[in-house]
Ligand binder design. Sequence first.
Ligand code: THU
Length: 160
Amino acid sequence: MKEVKIESQLIVYNNVDELPDNIASLMEKAKEARLRAYAPYSKFLVGAAILLDNGEVVTGNNQENASYPSGLCAERTAIYYAGSKYPDAKILSMALTAGSQEQSNSTPIPPCGACRQSIAEYEVKQDEPIEIYFMGTTGKVVKSHSLANLLPLGFDRSFL
Ligand code: THU
């Protein structure tokens, strides 16, 4: 037997001012989307903005439902919209911001497991990495150079 070590590498920015200009503006669009989230049950607002290689930006936010499992996370709302509207475009970057409606939060909040799986599908499809930037509502921003870096041992089409 042998032991296998899997590592993830992340970059931590102290605040949005340290981001490249195009990513700072993408994060701003994610923040605007967060404020439009429909989250009357959790009151936890999440915004996502996706930059495509055709220059378009697609945004999304969480959409909740009285039948709780019928709701959808911001990341999937955004990426499925991008996939449906621009099926041939490649996704370059995704900016995410999340936090309670009631107070600001400086802990970077990564995408949930189901969203990682959904984003991974598009990364495998386009065979080029999708950069992920995530933050709370203020403060530090974490960058992952790819989705695979956030989802070790992922399940994908190669197993089918
Ligand atoms: N949520 C997201 O939009 N993205 C995530 O990655 C985690 C959770 C939403 C789902 C629900 O509307 C609320 O946040 C609380 O879980």
